[in-house]
Design a protein around this ligand. Structure first.
Ligand code: ATP
Ligand code: MG
Ligand code: ZN
Length: 507
């Protein structure tokens, strides 16, 4: 007898695709097999399903069972099919009575041997697709309930075990749909626990970060050990515009798919800060693998990717950042198909001025040969440097600043200026294709959108001669000048904006 056991979803990239679960249950030598491209986890689920069904006090059919997951061309991963398959078997064997009702319900979860439900990844992506596929109710493990409830207009039913679910489906137990107030949840979790006021002195670096935030410019910081580069980079997210609820759902979805949500966590309302070590592999950085996973750059989506000790990263690893820095997403290929993950992040890189860390630092002695210093600096990949608009030196914090009790500006205050500059850019680029911020401008966009006072133009021409700037660095300086003008609320770029932007160039 071939029966439909219902539907569930498989998540590829960040989007969920419906999967039909069917079973063929017939007399014969008792066996159990799964077909339809199951990966190892799906095969292992056989043992869990068998044990969970028995340990929950139900009968596992002593028959020849073949479970088919269709369509066969979608690769199914993970253990999230345990629960729907187990429910399906209980329907097929009459242990769940209402065959019609269960057809309208989606279920997802991993079973433990004793029949309890464990959290799985990708639940938010599935919840998002539910309505579109004609469903309104989903049974999820308790610890996944918050992320599912982020999606409005669906009935999220948290269950803790197979028994619990069956009692509900057989009408023996009532279940309350779980709901959250997304806006309230969002507000409650949108505060950072660090702030710009924590940073003493370092006025130049703080201003540079403000400019970088306002125009979405990538930034490289060069400074000796202990100068506060990591401290500054961590606080960069706190001055970026607040996430919208839609953006927060994207961020949450990536965490959900990557399986990095903390237990019971709902929506991620703050921008992520990711700081992978320089020994990271390219798969871990950009994503992929035989069972594709989002990489660090996707976990940094809408936030910051901080690459500390930048020259130590392998060139090949860094160069895979080119596509995402350009397109805001990454496509990774695997055997049969490709998977795309969003990866729109700000890049902040940091490095010491030389291998020992003290080249050019007052009162410190650098032990490196000039050849070594040069080699260290040349290790950075050219194509990536092209995508970093701003370079700054971060000196050791001044003693008088460190000892001072004067509080610097709060992140909230700085963020208001950043957001105002963002609104000017949104207006400027409202009819443009794929342009969102000043840093996105190419040469042709610069001639189209940027307005400069003639004195500012003259200053640029003189700088071009004096410093022997390349066209590339010329463009970067114009883009950064535009952001500085936006922060000042000016229509045209003025000489003062250009002279500030010149301080953020690579010499
Ligand atoms: N401007 C500052 N205001 C307050 N504290 C500071 C400042 N600069 C540095 N510190 C303190 O010094 C510590 C070291 O700073 P941090 O780790 O950010 O330096 P770094 O430049 O990243 O060093 P490394 O090159 O070793 O990674 C910080 O934890 C912080 O407590
Ligand atoms: Mg550091
Ligand atoms: Zn040195």
């Amino acid at each position: 007898m071939s029966v439909s056991l219902g539907k569930s979803f498989s998540v590829t990239g960040i989007s969920a695709k419906p999967i039909t679960i069917e079973a063929d249950i017939r007399k014969g030598i008792p066996s159990y097999s799964t077909v339809g491209l199951p990966d190892k986890a799906v095969k292992e689920s056989k043992n869990r399903i068998n044990a969970a069904i028995k340990n929950s006090g139900f009968d596992f059919p002593v028959k020849k069972i073949t479970v088919n997951l269709a369509p066969a061309n979608i690769k199914k991963e993970g253990s999230s099919f345990d629960f729907p398959i187990a429910l399906g078997i209980l329907v097929a064997t009459g242990q769940i009575k209402d065959k019609e009702r269960i057809k309208k319900i989606i279920s997802i979860g991993e079973l433990s041997l004793d029949g309890h439900l464990r959290r799985v990844s990708g639940v938010l992506s599935i919840a998002m697709k539910l309505r579109k596929c004609g469903y309104s109710e989903i049974l999820v493990p308790e610890s996944n309930k918050k992320e599912a409830a982020v999606i409005k207009d669906i009935k999220v039913m948290p269950v803790h075990s197979l028994r619990h679910a069956v009692d509900y489906l057989n009408g023996k137990k009532e279940l309350e749909p779980y709901t959250i107030n997304v806006e309230e949840e969002f507000r409650a979790h949108s505060e950072y626990n660090i702030d710009f006021t924590d940073i003493k002195g370092q006025y130049f670096a703080k201003r540079a970060l403000e400019v970088a935030a306002a125009g979405a410019h990538n930034l490289l910081m060069v400074g000796p050990p202990g100068s506060g580069k990591t401290m500054l980079a961590k606080r960069f997210v706190t001055i970026l515009p607040r996430l919208t609820v839609e953006e927060a759902i994207e961020v949450t979805m990536l965490k959900s798919v990557a399986g990095t949500m903390e237990g019971g966590e709902g929506i991620s309302a703050i921008r992520p800060f990711r700081t992978p070590h320089h020994t990271i592999s390219d798969v871990a950085l950009v994503g992929g693998g035989s069972i594709p996973h989002p990489g660090e750059i996707s976990l940094a989506h809408r936030g910051v990717l901080f690459l500390d000790e930048f020259p130590e990263f392998k060139r090949g690893v860094v160069e895979v950042l080119r596509q995402p820095l350009e397109d805001g997403k990454i496509t990774v290929s695997r055997a049969a198909d490709t998977v795309t993950y969003p990866a729109n992040f700000s890049l902040i890189a940091a490095m010491n001025p030389c291998p020992c860390g003290y080249y050019g630092v007052p009162h410190k002695e650098c032990r490196c040969t000039s050849n070594k210093v040069l080699k260290y600096n040349n290790k950075i990949s050219g194509p990536i440097l092209d995508r970093i608009d701003m370079h700054i030196k971060v000196p050791m914090v001044k003693k008088k600043d460190m000892e001072s009790f004067k509080k610097g500006e709060k992140s909230d205050t700085i963020r208001e200026r950043v957001e105002a500059a963002g609104r000017l850019q949104a207006e400027r680029f409202k009819d443009a294709d794929k342009l969102f911020s000043n840093s996105d401008m190419k040469s042709k966009d610069i001639s189209k959108f940027v307005k400069m006072e003639s004195a500012a133009k003259n200053l640029m021409t003189r700088a071009l001669d004096k410093y022997g700037l390349s066209v590339r660095s010329y463009n970067k300086i114009i883009k950064v000048s535009q952001t500085i003008a936006d922060l000042a609320g000016k229509e045209k770029i003025e000489p003062a904006h250009v002279s500030e932007a010149l301080q953020y160039r690579k010499d």
